[in-house]
Design a protein around this ligand. Structure first.
Ligand code: ADP
Length: 583
């Protein structure tokens, strides 16, 4: 379990660029929603005017017929407002869903094109949190917060215009509410983004620790690390608690301050209006309408401010989701085509953690058809070298080429047709057996080819016994495949991808010994006719190889045939002796 470096988070200009680009993608829906919201807000403005007029009329003496007419008009405006609001919300929600779908697609695309090395060093916890919590949070923002916020802004602007149309003096009480509102907002917004980012990061860390503990449960149990793991999780929970407490503190200061800022304008409008009325500068109807408008302003302004909070959370999530796209790609396809199948590592150096190389200048030329066994003490760098030779990690300096073209220059699909890494880790995807195999085959591959591949790895017999054959649904929730069967499916995929060179890493061998013999036959069939670099954990497989490469301390210290190396009397000879002695 290595130290994790978090994935990057997008900066403000990137966010703005992305949002602008999204807005331009759906212009019709965006403007449609806006126009409908403005219509709804305008319809809502009739009530205070009409009520003000009513108060004025009653004061001056009126007929019941006049009152009835006013009430009827009021009702008509209410109906109009309801209908407009309904469609405005409908369009906003539809827009929200479209935007969300786009965001999801973009995110999945970005996550899938992350370099494997980055995913490994960031740990799956961070990526998992981003796919689950951040996507949820953003969904909430886009579906709910953003439309509500837009409605609130439109309503506030329109209501304010209506209020000052009653009389310019209304501006004064409104202005009095502004300083405490602005000061509160400034205080809050300065702290909120960092606070919420810290909250998100703390969830990522907690997830990372939990996934690591669960994935490494055997190791934890075997080494009695339970207490340490619990302590680590406790630490993460404490950090997450502190982060949540901090944002809660921000809210407990901010919201009461807001309430106060809202009360000031209403009270002042009433006071000022009352005074103007006694001076004969405003009618009772105007004071009523003005006070009602200012009161009506509270709700949208409050929503603007409190939804800002939600939007901050959403913005932090968006920054984390877009951050995934900022990881530089470690592959740069150049379109060059390899000539030949020769694999060549030249002065390869590599570090998982900056400044700590685990490979220190490795040279290795592998001739087509050759069998090379890599041996050496655990931790020497065998698996790492294997992964570089298979193009999973690019070298820090130096090069790994096939037929003269760097592995990082080949698009992933092409690369897999040249070199592939075979480990005991394999994954059965949810889907039919055909789909599982077709992953590795060119589109439109005929069933016959799939069946040939299964036959090559000795798997056709059991596949034919399945009730639906290639159409059988496998993977979680589908038909359960035994480990050996899953391994055979993985091997059949290799036959379909048909790379000329295989890097074999048996480091994580968990295979059931009863199935091993059977699988060895399947594997031998796959290896037949290909170049093989095998990381040998049992020396007898080294004995059969054309050449043996001894890896020690991140370098190839000895290279030659088994017999030559035994004769030379170096590390390999010593290993061979001790192994023979033991068995
Ligand atoms: P071998 O296969 O010979 O046992 P490895 O290639 O697995 O050796 O490891 C070589 C060195 O690189 C070791 O010191 C190991 O701790 C380190 N290492 C391996 N994988 C990682 C990783 N994902 N992150 C950081 N260090 C790693």
């Amino acid at each position: 379990m290595s130290a994790t470096t978090a994935l990057p988070v997008a900066d403000a200009p990137t966010l703005r660029r992305y949002v602008r680009q999204l807005a331009r993608t759906y212009p019709r829906m965006l403007w449609g929603a806006l126009v409908l919201h403005i219509g709804a807000a305008l319809a809502s403005l009739a009530a205070p005017r009409l009520l003000g007029g009513l108060v004025q009329a009653v004061e001056e003496g009126t007929t019941t017929g006049h009152v009835d007419r006013i009430v009827l008009v009021l009702a008509l405006f209410l109906v109009a407002q309801t209908v407009l609001t309904r469609y405005a919300r409908y369009v906003s929600q539809a827009l929200g869903e479209q935007v969300l779908a786009r965001l999801r697609e973009d995110f999945v695309g970005n996550a899938l094109s992350l370099p494997v090395g980055t995913v490994e060093s960031a740990g799956s916890g961070d990526l998992l949190t981003r796919t689950s919590r951040d996507v949820d949070q953003l969904g909430w923002s886009v579906r709910w917060a953003l439309p509500e916020w837009t409605i609130a802004v439109v309503t506030a602007v329109v209501t304010f215009v209506a209020a000052i149309s009653v009389g310019w003096w209304v501006i004064l009480p409104c202005l009095l509410g502004l300083p405490p509102l602005a000061a509160g907002l400034r205080w809050y917004l300065r702290r909120a983004k960092a606070g919420y980012l810290r909250e998100g990061a703390s969830y990522s860390r907690m997830n990372a620790t939990l996934t690591e503990t669960v994935e490494g449960a055997r190791t934890v149990e075997a080494l009695g690390l339970g207490r340490e793991r619990v302590a680590a999780i406790d630490g993460d929970i404490a950090e997450s608690y502190a982060a949540e407490r901090y944002t809660l503190y921000l809210r407990t200061v901010f919201f009461p301050n807001m309430e106060l800022s809202y009360l000031i304008p209403t009270v002042c409008t009433l006071l000022l209006g009352g005074w103007l009325y006694t001076q004969g500068s405003a009618t009772l109807g105007e004071v009523t309408a003005a006070t009602l408008y200012v009161q009506m302003l509270i709700d949208p302004v409050d929503r603007i401010v409190s939804i800002l909070d939600e939007l901050q959370v959403g913005q932090a999530s968006l920054a984390r989701l877009l951050g995934v796209a900022m990881v530089p790609d470690d592959r740069t396809p150049t379109g060059r085509v390899p000539s030949g199948e020769r694999l060549d590592a030249d002065d390869v150096r590599f570090a998982y953690v900056e400044g700590r190389d685990v490979l220190h200048g490795v040279d290795l030329q592998v001739a087509p058809g050759e069998r090379i066994a890599m041996v050496g003490p655990s931790g020497a760098g065998k698996s790492t070298l294997g992964r570089l030779l298979a193009g999973i990690h690019p070298p820090r300096t130096g090069s790994v080429t096939v037929g003269g073209v760097g592995l990082v220059e080949l698009p992933l699909d092409d690369l897999r047709g040249h070199v592939a890494l075979v480990t005991q880790e394999h994954h059965v995807f949810v889907g039919t057996l055909r789909e599982n195999l077709a992953l590795a085959a060119p589109p439109g591959t005929a069933d016959d080819s799939l069946r040939d591949a299964l036959d090559a790895v000795d798997a056709l017999a059991w596949v034919d016994l399945l009730p639906s054959g290639l159409d059988t649904v496998v993977g979680s929730g589908g038909r359960h495949l035994t480990d050996a069967q899953a391994q055979q499916v993985a091997l059949a995929r290799l036959v379909l991808a048909d790379p000329h060179t295989l890097v074999l890493d048996e480091a994580t061998s968990l295979i059931d010994p009863r199935a091993a013999r059977h699988l060895e036959r399947s594997l031998a069939a796959v290896l037949h006719g290909r170049t093989v670099i095998a990381i040998a954990h049992r020396l007898f497989s080294a004995h059969d190889a054309d050449r043996v490469a001894v890896v020690e301390d991140g370098k190839i210290s000895e290279l030659g045939s088994h017999d030559d190396l035994v004769e030379a009397g170096g590390s390999y000879a010593a290993l061979w002796d001790s192994w023979n002695g033991k068995h």
